[in-house]
Structure formats: C-alpha cells, structure tokens
Write a protein that binds this ligand. Structure first.
Ligand SMILES: Cc1ncc(COP(=O)(O)O)c(C=O)c1O
Length: 411
C-alpha cells in the first residue's frame, strides 16, 4: 500500500527508502537482547554496564537553585543566546578547572541546550556541499551525521590502541586534506577513555593552521579525569583560539544529562557563526536552568565527588575484568573502560564481531555492554552502573566477574 508520505521524505533521510532498512542498529539490538534476557530469566538481575549517563542525580545545590528560580517572573522570557551571567560563570570555570586564561565571556562563549545540538549545528556553520569532515571513529556520530545531511563528506580517522587512541593526522591523503574543512576530535574520548596531552593538542593546532581546517574538540567528558591527569583544554594549546572551538557539557561532570546545559568556547568568529545558527534554531535554555548551571559551574566539588566514585569503581572493574581474562586498563578520563572483545569461548564458540559478544553477554550472563566494531572489536563497560553504596558496588562487580568467568571466554 502506498502512503502519502512515501515520496515526501528528503533524500538525506533516505527518500523512498526511509524506514525500510532491515538493518538493525546496535542500540536496538541491545534493547531487544535485554528484553529477551528479562523474559527468559525474570529472576536474574541484569547488570547494566552499557549506560552512557551518570547514575547520580544532579546535586541538591543545583536542584534547589532551579526550584528557587523556576517561578520567578524575570526568568520566564525566551533566553535566546543566553544570559551573560552564564557566559561569565563558564569563563571562570574554564580558567579555574582547565587553566585557560583570557577568555572574553561575551565574545568567546555561548551556551547550548546540551552539547548534542551544538555538535549538530557546527557543520551548518562550516560545511558546504562537497566539503570534508575529518572525524575520529569509534565515536559520537552527530557532527558526521549533520555533515552528510548538508551534502558534505566524512573521512574517518580510526582510533587504534597502537597510537594511544589518538588519530594519525599524518596518514590523511593530500586529496582529502584539500577538501577538509572541519576536524572533530573528542578528548577525553568516548568510548576509548583515552586522553590527549598538550603535545597532541599543539600538533592539532599546527595541523589545522597548515591545512586551513577548523577544529572542534568535544569536551563532554573533559572534567572527569583520574590518577594525576588534570583536565586539559584544546584551548590551552598556543594558537588554538585562532583555529578552534571547544564544546563543553554539564551532563557528565555535574550529573545533569536531562537538564540540557552545555556551552561552546573558542574563536570569536566561529562562536558568532554558531550563535547565528543557534538563534535561528532555538530560543535558548530556560533561564532558571541556566542559573542552576551557574550554581553547578561554581561548585566543582560536585565533579570531585563524582570522580572519587568513578575512580573507585574503575579499580574494582579493571581488576575483575582482568581476572576474567580481559586486558583492561584504567582510563585517565571519561567513565568508560574499553576492552578488546574475546574471540570465542573455550567450548568452541567463535565471535566475529564485538556486537556478537555483547549479545552473547546479555543472553548468557545478563550483562549489558556496548560493542564497537569500527576500529577493531571492543566492548565498552561504563562505571555508571546502579549501586547505592560502596558495598553494593563491590557486590555488582563480584557478581559480574562470577558470571563472566563461567562463560570461559577466549582472547
Ligand atoms: C562524546 C559525547 N559528546 C557529546 C555528548 C552529548 O552530551 P550532552 O548533549 O548531554 O551534552 C555525549 C553524550 O553521550 C557524548 O558521549
């Protein structure tokens, strides 16, 4: 049967083929596998290591600020490109936490309704049809998706363990470089947990200048760092403000995913281009939420407490995974542990992809992870699993280890 909308959907969404693909994407596969596992074993609790969001709610300081500000008449208006107090708080935050100095709050910073829409809007600022986005894979795909929507092309830079999960900028062919307009990087990185050092950021800035490319660093996990690695901004590299823009989020560092607060900081012309697109897209985040965001940015103890919890959980998780045969290392940033997927089991099962392993873990052990098959076969375990006390954290990890060991995985 034909439908009125069959020939109405844009080509960028697949045109006549929209909604007809039979390919099942990985998050849908995971959802289905979880539902099937629950049906088959209603009495066994699923251990969810796949979650990409904090398990804690926002801090009570932040919640109280929202509840005090929500009803004030002066907060009711469209917020457009944001209130200056938020820009000022963000600039102070970047100086205090990342040591980035000389930021003009009004010229270099604009808020976003979370960082996801910012990453969607940035290609609208820089990509013309035929332009290339250089992007790291595996990774957060929004900027690449929008680049394709706009008739741009995407060139993937694989993140390999052999290069500390940093892209090899020297490997990009000259023909690609000629058409490249944007480079998207994400450090600390989702999913690998890798961090960049100052030398890498300096190399990125040099590369951008030499090749006339704008750089976006997605710093959604920027403040979540461990074991002596201090939060590091692309903007702390000499000359970064000439070529770069960094996207920050309150979602992960302040346990505020659903609140939708983020901001960009970077080159004034680039930020102004973003502000123009944003102004034509949304009318700004609710002022009361921006004020709650200021409360968060002024109280970095919230992040410090969160880091202590994640760090403790990483120690437990890494030990447990290694005892079960994985080769796990504690990351320096993010809340993810990225480990090579097993190749099979000692009783003869063979896995061809991490997706197969992930499904197997859900089905046979009721453990949920996120698989990545973009550059090697890896599983992502998140330390944001549900546990209300340190004792419970240990119990969850012990139970996870017990279940994995029973599978007799081979690597
Ligand atoms: C790498 C990365 N960037 C950006 C985001 C988006 O975060 P938000 O829109 O909540 O700021 C996420 C969320 O998972 C992420 O993993």
């Amino acid at each position: 049967m034909t439908d009125f909308f069959d020939d109405k959907i844009s080509d960028r969404l697949g045109g006549l083929n929209f909604g007809k693909s039979t390919v099942i994407y990985k998050f849908e596969l995971i959802k289905r596998a979880k539902a099937a596992a629950k049906l088959a074993h209603p009495d066994i609790k699923l251990i969810d290591m796949g979650v990409g969001e904090p398990d804690w709610p926002a801090d009570e300081l932040v919640v109280r600020e929202l509840s005090e500000e929500a009803g004030k008449p002066e907060n009711r208006w469209y917020a457009d490109n944001g209130i200056p107090e938020f820009q000022e708080a963000a600039a102070r935050y970047l100086e205090r936490v990342y040591g980035v100095k000389g930021i003009s709050p009004s010229a270099n910073i604009v808020h976003g309704i979370g960082s996801k829409p910012v990453l969607a809007m940035l290609p609208l600022c820089f990509i013309n049809p035929g332009d290339i986005l250089l992007t790291t894979v595996p990774g957060y795909p929004v900027t690449a998706t929008y680049t394709r929507y706009l008739g741009g092309e995407v060139y993937n830079l694989p993140l390999l363990e052999s290069n500390s999960f940093l892209p090899d900028l020297d490997s990009i062919p000259e023909t690609v470089l000629k058409k490249a307009r944007l480079l998207y990087i994400n450090y600390p990185n989702n999913p690998t947990g890798a961090v960049a050092d100052k030398k890498f950021f300096e190399k990125v800035v040099k590369f951008a200048k030499e090749n006339n490319i704008v750089v976006i660093n997605d710093a959604a996990y920027g403040a979540l760092t461990y074991d002596g690695y201090k939060p590091l901004s692309l903007l702390s590299a000499d000359g970064a403000m000439d070529v770069g823009i960094e996207v920050h989020s309150l979602s992960k560092a302040f346990n505020m995913t659903g609140w939708r607060m983020g901001f960009v900081c970077g080159n004034a012309r680039a930020v102004s281009a973003y502000a123009t697109v944003k102004d034509n897209t949304d009318s700004g985040q609710f002022r009361a939420i921006q004020k709650a965001g200021i409360m968060a940015l002024n109280n970095t103890g919230i992040t410090e407490r969160t880091i202590i919890k994640y760090s403790r959980r990483f120690d437990l998780l890494v030990n447990a995974l290694n005892e079960a045969g994985f080769n796990a290392k504690k990351p320096k940033g993010s809340f993810y542990c990225y480990v090579k997927a097993p190749s099979g089991t000692s009783d003869g099962k063979v896995f061809n992809t991490a997706s197969e392993v992930s499904e197997y873990l859900i089905r046979e052990a009721q453990i949920s992870t996120v698989p990545w098959d973009d550059a090697g076969h890896y599983l992502r375990f998140s330390v944001t699993f549900e546990a209300d006390s340190e004792q419970e954290e240990k119990e969850v990890i012990d139970e996870m280890k017990r279940r994995i060991k029973k599978l007799k995985l081979k690597f």
